[in-house]
Design a protein around this ligand. Structure first.
Ligand SMILES: [Zn+2]
Length: 152
């Protein structure tokens, strides 16, 4: 039983048997003996397996290399189909009144008195644009007054 026992072919076969069939050292020894027509002993198998860092069932000692399970394919990330928040539309200012809105205190005779918002709201404003002569509202609001609620 010299070095020649473990030709690369036999060594490969040993590895195969150990990892694929999970045969015991005895089983492997028997198999190798049969296959290659040589006398392979159980202890030779154990010794070689240990040098190859193969783990043999039923063998003891520091045999360790575990065959790692094939890595799992990475799971595709869960698709969370949360719709992208739509770009918020710019708030359309109430009738595009510009900066002329004014408070009650700021109203003067020529200011449109069209109320904007809730009078109880501290931000309550009046339109404040120049009103149409003899009318309480600006041109714009005059039209609105007639269209929306100004049925006479
Ligand atoms: Zn107005």
């Amino acid at each position: 039983m010299g070095q020649r026992t473990w030709s690369s072919e036999r060594t490969a076969r040993l590895g195969e048997l150990a990892t694929l069939t999970r045969a015991s050292a005895t089983g492997i020894a028997r198999e190798l003996s049969k296959q290659f027509g040589i006398a392979v002993t159980r202890s030779a198998v154990i010794g070689k397996a240990s040098r190859m860092r193969l783990e043999l069932p039923g063998a003891h000692g520091r045999l360790v290399e575990r065959v790692n399970p094939p890595p799992r394919p990475p799971r595709p990330p869960k698709q969370r189909t949360r719709p992208m928040p739509a770009t918020p539309e710019p708030r359309i200012r109430f009738l595009d009144l510009g900066d002329e809105n004014c408070t009650l205190a700021e109203l003067h005779e020529d200011s449109c008195r069209w109320p904007l918002g809730d009078p109880r709201d501290p931000d309550f404003r009046y339109c404040g644009r120049a009103k149409v002569k003899d009318r309480p509202y600006c041109k714009h609001h005059l039209r609105r007054a007639y269209v929306d609620g100004g049925k006479r």
